[in-house]
Structure formats: structure tokens, C-alpha cells
Write a protein of this length. Structure first.
Length: 242
């Protein structure tokens, strides 16, 4: 009977050791995550032309995206990449399939676009309820005008043609405020900011610049000027968990 009691104690002791090891293993598996150095964001943007550029085109609207990489652990210095686009003009013209009848008609829609991609750096206060930042970049800017043909009831697939295109560059200077929200390691930030694009000269068209000739051809004279503009931004960004 003493032997049986000793066997029971041994089994009980082994169970305690195995349970303790399993508990330790569970704690290690549930170790907390730490944020990576990457932040991704998106913004709604309003494009405001300045100087001689403002004499030719009006205000536009679009979207932009941002990727940030913290060069130091706390995030005072960051590498910044931006990309986006905005439409600053459009016009729609309705045409019949055959001049003899108007029973079937199409729409020709022409849009004027500006797109950009920029690479640079950013300085930011990395903590606190409000976190101001300033940045500077060198950007490639793309100006294009295209026309597309589609059915008036959207049952006919689009056919499109690029009417005019030109590429240029701009020095970019910006600043704004980030307001954090959320939990510690999965937090995001609301962004309110603006970026001034000191743009080089470029060729572009505005709404109404394309003329349809009676023989079916088109004619236009591209405008050319400096392309200074302010891009106002409102959006949010999120830290990517490690």
C-alpha cells in the first residue's frame, strides 16, 4: 500500500511540472507585439493652383497616399513617400450614333488630371496629444487630358484616347498636425496638413480647350506655365504592427 501511495505522489508531482511548463509556454506565446517603423496613410485632397497656374485652371479634388519609415526609434526623423492625383476639369458631350437618327446616342467625357509621386523627409514630434510635423520632397508631376466614349445607360464599354500629356517636377514643402487615437500598438492618427508644390513649367489643357472641327478632327493649343499649387490634405494614417 505504501508503494501505491508513493506512485500516486510521483504522478501528481509530474503533473504539476508539466502544467507549470505549459503555463510558461503560453506566456511566451502571448508576448506583446511592438509597432514596426512603417506607417501608411490616405487623404482626401483639394488642389489649389497658385500664380500664373491659377489664371488657367480652377480648384481640383482627388486622393493621395503616404508611406512613412522612421529612421530613428522614436520617430523624430522619417523617410516619406507620397503619391496621388486630382481632377481639375471635365466636360461631357452627347453625340448620336448616326447623324440621321438620335435613337442611339453616346457620351464623350473629357477629364483633365494631375498626378504626382514624391520622395523626401519629414520631421515630427512623435508623442503628445497633438503632433506637428514639417516635410520636404522632390516630386514628379504628370499632366494629362483624356477622352472616353460610353453609352448613356452605361451598357457600352468605355473607349478612351489620351489627347495630351506632359511631365514635369516640383519641389514640395509641407506641414501639418497629427492627432493620435486608438490603443498603444495599433493606434492611428488623424491628419490635417498642406503641401506647397513649387512646380516647374509644363504643358496642359483646361476644360473647353479641345475644339471639335466639322471634318471630325480636333484642334487645341496646350497652355504652358509654371505649375505652383497647394495640396490641402485631410485623412488618417496607421502604424503597421510588427
Amino acid at each position: 500500500m505504501l508503494t501505491s501511495f508513493r506512485s500516486t505522489l510521483a504522478v501528481f508531482a509530474l503533473s504539476l511540472v508539466a502544467g507549470s511548463a505549459g503555463a510558461q509556454q503560453t506566456v511566451l506565446f502571448k508576448a506583446p507585439r511592438f509597432p514596426s517603423r512603417f506607417t501608411l496613410g490616405g487623404d482626401i485632397v483639394v488642389l489649389q493652383p497658385k500664380g500664373e497656374f491659377a489664371n488657367n485652371i480652377g480648384t481640383g479634388g482627388g486622393l493621395s497616399g503616404t508611406a512613412l519609415f522612421r529612421l530613428d526609434r522614436t520617430g523624430y526623423v522619417q523617410l516619406r513617400f507620397d503619391g496621388g492625383g486630382a481632377q481639375y476639369g471635365s466636360e461631357t458631350k452627347r453625340i448620336p450614333l448616326n447623324p440621321i437618327t438620335g435613337r442611339v446616342s453616346f457620351e464623350v467625357e473629357t477629364t483633365n488630371m494631375i498626378a504626382w509621386a514624391a520622395l523626401g523627409g519629414q520631421l515630427q514630434i512623435p508623442d503628445g496629444p497633438v503632433r506637428p510635423y514639417v516635410n520636404t520632397s522632390l516630386a514628379y508631376t504628370d499632366f494629362s487630358t483624356g477622352s472616353s466614349l460610353k453609352g448613356t445607360d452605361d451598357t457600352f464599354g468605355d473607349l478612351s484616347t489620351q489627347n495630351q500629356h506632359d511631365g514635369s517636377h516640383a519641389w514640395v514643402y509641407g506641414g501639418g498636425l497629427n492627432v493620435p487615437f486608438g490603443r498603444k500598438f495599433t493606434s492611428g492618427m488623424l491628419n490635417i496638413g498642406a503641401r506647397y508644390y513649387r512646380g516647374a513649367r509644363a504643358s496642359y489643357l483646361k476644360e473647353g480647350d479641345i475644339i471639335d472641327n466639322p471634318d471630325g478632327t480636333i484642334s487645341f493649343t496646350p497652355r504652358r506655365s509654371r505649375t505652383d499649387m497647394i495640396v490641402w490634405q485631410l485623412g488618417a494614417s496607421f502604424i503597421i504592427p510588427r
